[in-house]
Design a binder for this molecule. Structure first.
Ligand code: NCD
Length: 312
């Protein structure tokens, strides 16, 4: 019997069980193999309409959702937000009431407001996938990160993962801080005090303000971009020595965590949070594996979430 995903939407890692995550990762494995074939056209989502609505900039996430839907046979439409009536002042709620009347079968949304995907899920009559909501969650990113670690290192359980950089403003950190402990990894965060989340939001995650201490002996180093668009000028101005204190360089990594896998969700800012040559070293850096695995994870999510309405 085919296992089923017991949730109507994918709004975050919060609320998922370890089995739900394993199901998505296992399903994604077969899509990785499928995506390496010379022709990739499945028909699982044939006749279904996938609506992508990205209210914030995106390269990897928006394109991979589009490619994922097309490879599964869906009719994929992507809303051009800048040219839409959002620019005329239409609210999020009215926008999605309107889009819902066009009967989409799955909605993928990225929005600057934390909680926007949940709000949309309460309006539309189809599954909603959160592709990043403000500083909240970015579940498919955490899923593709978990898949990448599992494929590169053979397991997740028992590993130590350091998430470094702008933790406070990062929904990627928000989702990984939930998924990795669920899968049995030991997670720590490393950031300047101003970029750490409030202590009450850390749960079991250990916080370090010294990079060299934070990455000593870890199995995975996950670097994050400074999200200047989500901080005020005073905070951004105080980060001028960031690369020196928190940037990941080959020298620093080899001294502290000689075999560690380097990850980054992108977009990377070379010479700020990561040395360009290290990012380009495919033996150490899994950055492009993350991108490849992202298409497969999104195919798995689109398939699992639409099974009920397909009657499969
Ligand atoms: C991230 C995002 O948008 O949250 N990018 C991504 O989806 N790969 C991280 C970022 O913008 O820094």
């Amino acid at each position: 019997m085919m296992s089923s995903f017991p949730h109507p939407h994918l709004l975050g890692i919060e609320g998922l069980a370890a089995d739900d995550v394993h199901l998505i990762l296992d399903e994604a494995e077969r899509w990785i193999a499928f995506n390496r074939r010379p022709r990739r056209q499945a028909d699982l989502l044939a006749g279904l309409t996938q609506l992508n609505a990205f209210f914030e900039n995106s390269t990897r996430t928006s394109l991979s959702f589009e490619i994922a839907g097309k490879r599964l046979g869906a009719q994929v439409v992507s809303m051009a937000v800048a040219q839409s009536s959002v620019a005329k002042g239409e609210s999020l709620i009215d926008t999605f009431r309107t889009l819902n009347a066009m009967q989409p079968d799955v909605v993928v949304i990225r929005h600057g407001e934390t909680g926007a995907a949940r709000k949309v899920s309460e309006i539309v009559d189809c599954p909603v996938i959160n592709a990043g909501d403000g500083t909240g969650e970015h579940p498919t990113q955490a899923l593709l990160d978990a898949l990448t670690i599992r494929r590169r290192l053979g397991r997740i359980e028992g590993l130590t993962v350091a998430i470094c950089g702008d933790i406070r403003h990062s929904r990627v950190a928000g989702s990984n801080m939930r998924s990795l402990p669920l899968l049995g990894a030991d997670v720590r965060v490393v950031a300047p005090p101003a970029l750490l989340p409030p202590a009450g939001e850390l749960g079991a995650v250990a916080a370090y303000t010294d990079m060299d201490e934070g990455i000593a002996g870890v199995d995975v180093v996950m670097m994050l971009r400074i999200q200047r668009e989500r901080m005020d000028a005073a905070l951004a101005g105080g980060l001028s020595d960031f690369h020196h204190r928190y940037g990941l360089t080959r020298e620093r990594l080899d001294r502290l965590a000689p075999r560690a896998l380097v990850m980054h969700p992108g977009p990377i800012n070379r010479g700020v949070e990561i040395e360009g040559a290290l990012a380009d070293d495919r033996g150490r850096s899994a950055i492009l594996d993350q991108v490849e695995n992202g298409v497969a994870v999104r195919m798995a999510c689109l398939d699992l979430l639409t099974r009920a309405r397909r009657g499969d």
